[in-house]
Design a protein around this ligand. Structure first.
Ligand code: PLP
Length: 355
C-alpha cells in the first residue's frame, strides 16, 4: 500500500470532441504499415500460444543491432523487464537507486520487489553520476538510469555512464533504460550496448513503444549478460510477449525507412516547439528525446492553469505532480497540426495572463 499506482497520460477531456494526446510520448507517425500488416496477418493465429522464447524477434533484434541472440530477452513492454530485474536483484530491504526525476516505474518496481527506493539528487534536471555514486551503499543491488530520461529529456554522455558503472560494486546491477535512444543525435551519446558486452553487471532496455509506434502491443527488449537472462527466464510468464506483438516487432525492425521518417519529423519539430516555448518565456530543459519538459515557474502563472486551458482546447499534456515537478508539464512532439495548435493555444494562454 506504500506504492502510488502509476498514472498513465490522459487521453480524453470531458466535453471536448477532438483531442490531441501529447501526454505519453507516443509516435505521431504511428507504426510502420508493414508492422500493421504483420499484426493483421497474425489475426489468423489467435488460438495458438505464441513462441514463448520470442525466437524470431530476438533473431531480428540481434541481426539489426549486431548482438548475441542468447543475450537478448523480450518483454511485455520494457516496463515488464524493468520490474522483473528488480525481482531478480532485490531481497527485502535491499536498496534500489535512481535519479531524482527518474522514470516513476523505478521506485514502483523497487518497492514492489520489497526493496527500498533511494533517489540521488540531480543537477539542472540531469542525472549526476557523483551524486548517484555517493548514494551507493553496501545494500544497493540495482541502479536504474533512463538515458535520455523521461520526463526531463536530458541525457548523460557515454563517458559518464562508463564512470557510473566503474564506480559500482560488481554485485550491483546497472540498468540503462534507453527507451528514447533512437531519437538522440548527439555524438557523445551511446545507448549502452558496448557496456553490456564488456561488463557482467550492466543491462540495457529498449522499447517498441516510442519511435516504432507500437505502444499498444506492449513490446520491449533487453540486452543483458547470460546469467541475468537466465534468471529472468526463470521468473517471467512463459508467454509474456503475445504473437501479434512478435510479428509486428519483426516487421517494424525491417522498415528502417519508417524509423528514419519518424526521426526526421522529431528533428524538425522538437527544436521548433522548444523555441516557441522559450519565446513565450516558458522554461524548457534541453531535451534530446521526443518530448519537452515545460516549466511555468517564472511565468507568473501555474502549470495547473496552463493544463486546464490547454485541455479545454483539446491539447492533453502530462501533469508532473507525481514527479515532484508541480510547476511543469510534459509535452510530446505531435503531428504538425497538434504542434502548431498547441503553440497557438499556449500563446493565447500566456497573452491572456500577461495582459
Ligand atoms: C524512460 C522510459 N522507460 C520505459 C518506458 C516504458 O516503455 P514500455 O512501453 O516499453 O513499457 C517508458 C514509457 O514511457 C519510458 O519513458
Amino acid at each position: 500500500m506504500a506504492i502510488d499506482a502509476y498514472q498513465p497520460g490522459k487521453s480524453q477531456v470531458a466535453g471536448v470532441a477532438k483531442v490531441h494526446k501529447l501526454s505519453s510520448n507516443e509516435s505521431p507517425l504511428g507504426p510502420s504499415p508493414r508492422a500493421v500488416e504483420a499484426f493483421l496477418r497474425s489475426g489468423g493465429e489467435l488460438s495458438l500460444y505464441p513462441d514463448g522464447s520470442a525466437s524470431s524477434l530476438r533473431e531480428a533484434i540481434a541481426h539489426r543491432f549486431g548482438l548475441e541472440k542468447s543475450r537478448v530477452i523480450c518483454g511485455n513492454g520494457s516496463d515488464e523487464l524493468l520490474a522483473l530485474l528488480a525481482h531478480v536483484f532485490l531481497e527485502p530491504g535491499d536498496e534500489g537507486l535512481y535519479s531524482e526525476y527518474g522514470f516513476l516505474e523505478y521506485p514502483i518496481s523497487i518497492r514492489a520487489a520489497g526493496g527500498v527506493p533511494i533517489a540521488a539528487n540531480e543537477v539542472d534536471r540531469t542525472a549526476n553520476v557523483d551524486a548517484m555514486l555517493e548514494r551507493v551503499s553496501p545494500h544497493t543491488k540495482i541502479v536504474y538510469l533512463a538515458n535520455p530520461n523521461n520526463p526531463t529529456g536530458t541525457y548523460l554522455p557515454f563517458s559518464e555512464i562508463k564512470r557510473l558503472q566503474a564506480g559500482l560494486p560488481l554485485d550491483c546491477l546497472l540498468v540503462i533504460d534507453a527507451a528514447y535512444a533512437e531519437y538522440v543525435g548527439q555524438n557523445d551519446y551511446a545507448a549502452g550496448i558496448e557496456l553490456v558486452s564488456n561488463c557482467e553487471n550492466v543491462v540495457m532496455t529498449r522499447t517498441f513503444s516510442k519511435i516504432h509506434g507500437l505502444a499498444s502491443l506492449r513490446l520491449g527488449w533487453a540486452y543483458a549478460p547470460e546469467p541475468v537472462i537466465d534468471a529472468i527466464n526463470r521468473i517471467r510468464g512463459p508467454f509474456n510477449v503475445n504473437g501479434p506483438a512478435l510479428a509486428a516487432g519483426v516487421a517494424s525492425l525491417a522498415d528502417s525507412g519508417h524509423i528514419e521518417r519518424a526521426l526526421d519529423h522529431n528533428r524538425r519539430w522538437l527544436p521548433w516547439l522548444r523555441e516557441a516555448a522559450r519565446d513565450l518565456g516558458i522554461g524548457v530543459t534541453p531535451s534530446v528525446a521526443n518530448f519537452l519538459l515545460l516549466d511555468f515557474d517564472e511565468t507568473g502563472t501555474t502549470a495547473a492553469e496552463a493544463d486546464a486551458f490547454l485541455s479545454s482546447r483539446g491539447y492533453i499534456l502530462r501533469a508532473m505532480n507525481a514527479y515532484g515537478l508541480p510547476s511543469c508539464l510534459r509535452l510530446t512532439v505531435g503531428d504538425e497540426e497538434a504542434n502548431r495548435g498547441v503553440v497557438a493555444a499556449l500563446t493565447e494562454f500566456m497573452s491572456d495572463r500577461n495582459g
